[in-house]
Ligand binder design. Structure first.
Ligand code: HEC
Length: 224
């Protein structure tokens, strides 16, 4: 009788109860790993290039639960074993495809590491936008005090995470790049102000150099 059948017809104690029982010995470890997943991983600094988003943390959690299930399986004394050589080979291939396949598919769909730049131009572009990010977060420049990017920042101004997608539609005839350059230089004095916000954005044309404004534009236009 397969394990699945045994679970279905319920002749054994309820599988969940048994799972909980067999996990007891691992509970402390599992809890520690959960704490690391949910409290420590998110602290990875952006500069490290590591991105442990929610998807990853859920995945790690699922992985942990699956390992728990694996230990539980090991303790079952009557796991049906394939009898023929072909059966053994088929089960090895199946396990390999399911585990490695799932991991590879997941890793490809949700890259955890920022990919290295493909070309010198790309490397230069990334450097520019990195300088822009630093400026954006600098205390004396202060964009982040009024603007959120990727979940962090103040809310007196609009969230700029996806400003690249709307910047080209703000002023007819102005490209996204052009608009952002002007907007940063002129602040609330610009011909366009986002409705529903108190127009209080300082004009940065005086305090920042043209190059710094370009860096900020590149940062705001860079994909997130
Ligand atoms: C004192 C608060 C404040 C600071 C500091 C500030 N902004 Fe703003 N910003 C606003 C407000 C409020 C708006 C919306 C009203 C408007 O359009 O002027 C805005 C609008 C914008 C827009 C237009 C967004 C859109 O959807 O079209 C951009 C781009 C922008 N800010 C970039 C920046 C950058 C870059 C910095 C730092 C160099 C910065 N802001 C600093 C308050 C601020």
């Amino acid at each position: 009788m397969t394990l699945l059948q045994r679970m279905i017809d319920g002749r054994q104690a309820a599988p969940l109860t048994r799972l909980a029982q067999s996990l007891r010995g691992y509970r402390g470890t599992a809890l520690a790993i959960l704490l690391v997943i949910w409290l420590v991983l998110p602290l990875a600094p952006d500069e490290s290039g590591l991105q442990f988003g929610f998807v990853y943390r859920f995945f790690f959690t699922a992985f942990l639960l699956a390992s728990g299930a694996f230990f539980w399986l090991l303790r079952q004394d009557r796991i049906a074993q394939p009898r023929s050589v072909g059966g053994v080979l088929r089960s090895i291939v199946a396990v390999y495809l399911v585990t490695v396949g799932a991991l590879v598919a997941f890793g490809v769909s949700y890259p955890q590491f920022a990919l290295p730049p493909a070309s010198p131009e790309e490397a230069a572009a990334r450097e520019t936008s990195d300088r822009g990010r630093t400026l954006f977060q600098r205390d004396d420049v202060g964009c982040f005090r009024c603007h959120v990017i990727a979940g962090r920042g103040g809310t007196r101004g609009p969230d700029l995470t996806r400003v690249a997608q709307r910047a080209g539609d703000r002023v007819p005839g102005l490209s996204a790049e052009h608009y952002l350059r002007q907007k940063i230089a002129e602040g609330a004095n610009h011909q366009f102000t986002v409705p529903e916000y108190v127009p209080m954005m300082p004009a940065f044309g005086q305090s920042l150099s043209g190059e710094q404004i370009e860096d900020l534009v590149a940062f705001l236009l860079s994909p997130r």
